[in-house]
Write a protein that binds this ligand. Structure first.
Ligand code: BES
Ligand code: ZN
Length: 636
C-alpha cells in the first residue's frame, strides 16, 4: 500500500512518537512505552476506552474468499474524540491478522502510526493499541480474518443444501471482533458503509440498507447503515440466496430449496411489523427481511437490524413456531433501538423482547396461545432457577470476570419478561403501554444500563402513578436472586386439560387412542412431552410412535422433546433419528441438551462422542464449544 506522509508536519510536530516514524523508509510499528497500560472501560468485555475516543462511522472494504475462508481488506474508522488530548485508540480484536495501520489526516493523506497488539486474553482477544496523533479523526486498518474466526461460519459446497458454499456471521455477544477490528461493546454505536466482493455466483447480504433482490453479476455489493448500531449487530452472509417478497417492506432470503416454504411460513411478517408499530411506535429501520440460514446456525434467531437471521428449524409448515420471528422483530425496538450498555444489562434487550414478542403473538393468535407460551416459559424458568448458581438467578448480574456468553440463559429472558408482565398488571395495560412507547422514544438509538431504566421507571411509572409499585419491589426484581413472591404465574386451561388426560393415560384409565390429540396445539404437545420426562420406557414409546408417528415429526420443537425422551428410554428408532438430527442440526438449544443427556446416560456417552466427531466439521464454533463442554471433552 502506498503511504503518503503528512504535508503539514507542524500540526503533528508535538507528537514525538509519530515524529519518530517519519523516515523515508517503510515505517515500522514502534514498540509502545512499557508503562502504556490498557485500561478496561466500563464494559468489562471490551478493551475500548470509549469515553475518551469513540467510533462514529465505519467504512468497510472486504474481499471474501470462500475457499481460504477469509475476509480481507480494510476498515476506515471515523472517530469522535471527547478528550482531544487523549492519544490512544484501543480496539478489540480476536484472531485477526493486522497488516497495517494508518491515520488519515484531514487532507485525506495517510500517516503511518505506531501500533501493537496486546497480549491474548482468551475469549476477549487481543487489544489493538494505536497511537492516535492529535487532530486525527480517521484511522485505517488493513487486516484479514482467520479461517477459525469464532464469529463466522464457513460451509463448503457439500455442507449446504444448495450444494454451494455459504458463510454467515454471528457477532453477538462479542464476536464482531473476530471479523472487524472495532470497539466491540454495546455501549458504542456507529453508522457504516461497506463494499464486499464475493464469488460472482453467490449473493452477499448484510444487516444494512442496500441488499439486492437478485445476484449482482460483478460480485461486488454495497451497503449503507444509516442508523447507529452497536457492534454486536454487525452481520454479513454470503451464499446461493434467493429473495421472496412478503410485503411492501418485508421479505425473505434463503437458499433455493427453502425459499418457497419460507415465504409461506413467514407470510404474516408484514402484519407483525404493523402490530409492533401499533404497540410501541414507528419501525425505524426501513425494510425488515429475514435470512434463513443453514441448519448449522447455532441459534433460533438473531435480530440483525433490517435482516434478522433465523434457523430453518422453525419452518414447521403451519406457522406454529413464529414466536421466534415475533421475537427477532421485537428486537427492532427492544435491543436494537434501546440497547443494553453492557452484557450485565442483557435483560433490557431480551426480557423486554420476550414481553413484546408475547404481545405480538397475542395480537396475532389470541390470549390462549399467549398463555400456553407463557406457561412453557414459566415452567422452564422454574427449572433453571432451581438448578442455577445463585449469582445467575437475578436479572442484573455481575459478569465482569466471566465470558459474556454466560449472560444468555433463561433468567434475563423469562424473568425479565415476567417482571414486565407484573408491571403491566400493576399499572394496567394502557398506562404501561404508554410508558413503553415513551421509553422507546426517549432512549431511541442509545445504549443504557439497568440503572438508567430504573431511574426512568421511577419518574415515569412509580412516581407518576403513585401507590401501585414501590421502588423496593422493583429493586427486588432487579437485584435479588430468584422470582419475587409477588410475581404472577401464568395459567393455561389448555395445559391443565393435557395434564388431566396425561394422568389418566399414565394411570392406565384410558388408551393412547383416546387422547384427544387432534385438538392439541404444538405447544400442548410440547407441554405433554415435557411432562413425560423420565416416565417412558422403550415399549411405550414404540406404542406412541405407532399411534402418533412422533419420530417422523416435522416440527423440530416436538421432535427434539421426543428425542430427549428417546435418550432416557434408550428407544432404538429414536436413537436412529437422533443420529441424523445431530449430523444435520447445529442449533444449540437442541444440540446442547441432547449431548448433555447422552453424556449423563449410562449407555450414550461414547456413542455421542463418536457422532459428535462426525458432526463437528459441519458445526458452528459455538455449537462445537457447547457440545464439547456437554460431553466433557473440554473445560467449562
Ligand atoms: N439475541 C438472541 C440470539 C443470541 C443468543 C445471540 C445468545 C447471542 C447469544 C436472539 O434474539 C434470541 O434470543 N434468540 C432465541 C430465540 C428466542 C425466541 C428466545 C434463540 O435463538 O433461541
Ligand atoms: Zn432475543
Amino acid at each position: 500500500m502506498k503511504v503518503l506522509f503528512v504535508k503539514s508536519i507542524t500540526v503533528f510536530a508535538t507528537i514525538l512518537l509519530l515524529a519518530a516514524c517519519q523516515t523515508d523508509e517503510a515505517p515500522q510499528p514502534l514498540k509502545p512505552a512499557p508503562d502504556m497500560k490498557v485500561e478496561v472501560g466500563t464494559d468489562p468485555h471490551s478493551f475500548a476506552e470509549y469515553e475518551k475516543v469513540q467510533i462514529s462511522h465505519m467504512t468497510l472494504d472486504l474481499d471474501a474468499d470462500m475457499s481460504r475462508r477469509t475476509l480481507s481488506g480494510h476498515v476506515v474508522l471515523d472517530l469522535e474524540r471527547p478528550e482531544p488530548g487523549f492519544q490512544r485508540l484501543v480496539l478489540d480484536t480476536r484472531d485477526l491478522d493486522i497488516h497495517d495501520v494508518n491515520a488519515i489526516d484531514p487532507d485525506g493523506d495517510f500517516l503511518p502510526v505506531s501500533w501493537h497488539l496486546g497480549k491474548d486474553h482468551g475469549h476477549l482477544g487481543r487489544p489493538l493499541v494505536i497511537v492516535l496523533p492529535q487532530g486525527i479523526s480517521q484511522v485505517r486498518i488493513d487486516y484479514s480474518s482467520r479461517p477459525e474466526a469464532f464469529g463466522l461460519q464457513w460451509l463448503d459446497a457439500e455442507q449446504t443444501s444448495s450444494g454451494r458454499p455459504f458463510m454467515f456471521s454471528q457477532s453477538q455477544p462479542h464476536y464482531a471482533r473476530t471479523w472487524v477490528p472495532l470497539q466491540d461493546t454495546p455501549a458504542v454505536r456507529y453508522t457504516f458503509d461497506a463494499t464486499v466482493r464475493g464469488p460472482r455466483d453467490l449473493m452477499v447480504v448484510m444487516g444494512a440498507d442496500g441488499n439486492l433482490f437478485e445476484l449482482n453479476a460483478t460480485g461486488e455489493y454495497h451497503f449503507h447503515m444509516p442508523e447507529p448500531i452497536p457492534s454486536y449487530l454487525m452481520a454479513i452472509a454470503i451464499g446461493d440466496l434467493e429473495f421472496a417478497e412478503i410485503g411492501p417492506r418485508s421479505g425473505v432470503y434463503a437458499e433455493p430449496q427453502w425459499i418457497g416454504p419460507a415465504a409461506e411460513e413467514f407470510d404474516v411478517l408484514e402484519e407483525m411489523i404493523d402490530i409492533g408499530e401499533n404497540l410501541y411506535g414507528p419501525y425505524r429501520w426501513g425494510r425488515y427481511d429475514l435470512l434463513v440460514l443453514p441448519p448449522s446456525f447455532p441459534f433460533g434467531g438473531m435480530e440483525n437490524p433490517r435482516l434478522s437471521y433465523v434457523t430453518p428449524t422453525i419452518i414447521a409448515g403451519d406457522g406454529s413456531l413464529l414466536a421466534l420471528v415475533a421475537h427477532e422483530l421485537a428486537h427492532s425496538w427492544s435491543g436494537n433501538l434501546v440497547t443494553n450498555a453492557a452484557w450485565r444489562d442483557l435483560w433490557l434487550n431480551e426480557g423486554f423482547t420476550v414481553y413484546f414478542e408475547a404481545r405480538i403473538m397475542e395480537a396475532l393468535y389470541g390470549a390462549e396461545i399467549r398463555d400456553q407460551l407463557a406457561k412453557l416459559a414459566w415452567d422452564g424458568l422454574q427449572d433453571t432457577l432451581a438448578q442455577a448458581d445463585p449469582r445467575d438467578r437475578q436479572l442484573v448480574r455481575d459478569l465482569s470476570d466471566r465470558d459474556p456468553e454466560q449472560a444468555f440463559m433463561r433468567v434475563p429472558y423469562d424473568m425479565g419478561r415476567f417482571f414486565l408482565d407484573w408491571l403491566e398488571d400493576r399499572f394496567g395495560r394502557e398506562t404501561f403501554d404508554a410508558f413503553l412507547r415513551e421509553y422507546f422514544d426517549h432512549f431511541a438509538f442509545e445504549s443504557i444500563t439497568s440503572e438508567d431504566f430504573r431511574d426512568y421507571a421511577r419518574e415515569h411509572l412509580v412516581e407518576a402513578h403513585p401507590g401501585r409499585v414501590s421502588m423496593d419491589e422493583i429493586d427486588e426484581w432487579l437485584y435479588e436472586p430468584g422470582m419475587p413472591e409477588f410475581a404472577i404465574a401464568p395459567e393455561s386451561d389448555a395445559f391443565e386439560q393435557v395434564d388431566d388426560w396425561g394422568e389418566r393415560w399414565l394411570a392406565g384409565d384410558i388408551e393412547l387412542d383416546e387422547l384427544p390429540v387432534e385438538d392439541w396445539s404444538v405447544h400442548q404437545w410440547r407441554h405433554f412431552l415435557i411432562g413425560l420426562e423420565n416416565k417412558l420406557d422403550a415399549e411405550t414409546m414404540m406404542a406412541m410412535d405407532n399411534e402418533f408417528a412422533l419420530v417422523e415429526q416435522q416440527n423440530y420443537e416436538i421432535l427434539f422433546l421426543w428425542l430427549m425422551r428417546a435418550i432416557e428410554a434408550e428407544y432404538e428408532p429414536g436413537i436412529e433419528r437422533l443420529e441424523q438430527f445431530l449430523l444435520e442440526v447445529g442449533r444449540n438449544k437442541f444440540t446442547r441438551p441432547l449431548y448433555a443427556s447422552l453424556a449423563e446416560s449410562d449407555w450414550g456417552r461414547d456413542w455421542a462422542v463418536e457422532v459428535y466427531e462426525r458432526a463437528r466439521p459441519g458445526y458452528h464454533p459455538l455449537t462445537r464449544q457447547a457440545a464439547e463442554r456437554a460431553l466433557g471433552l473440554s473445560e467449562e
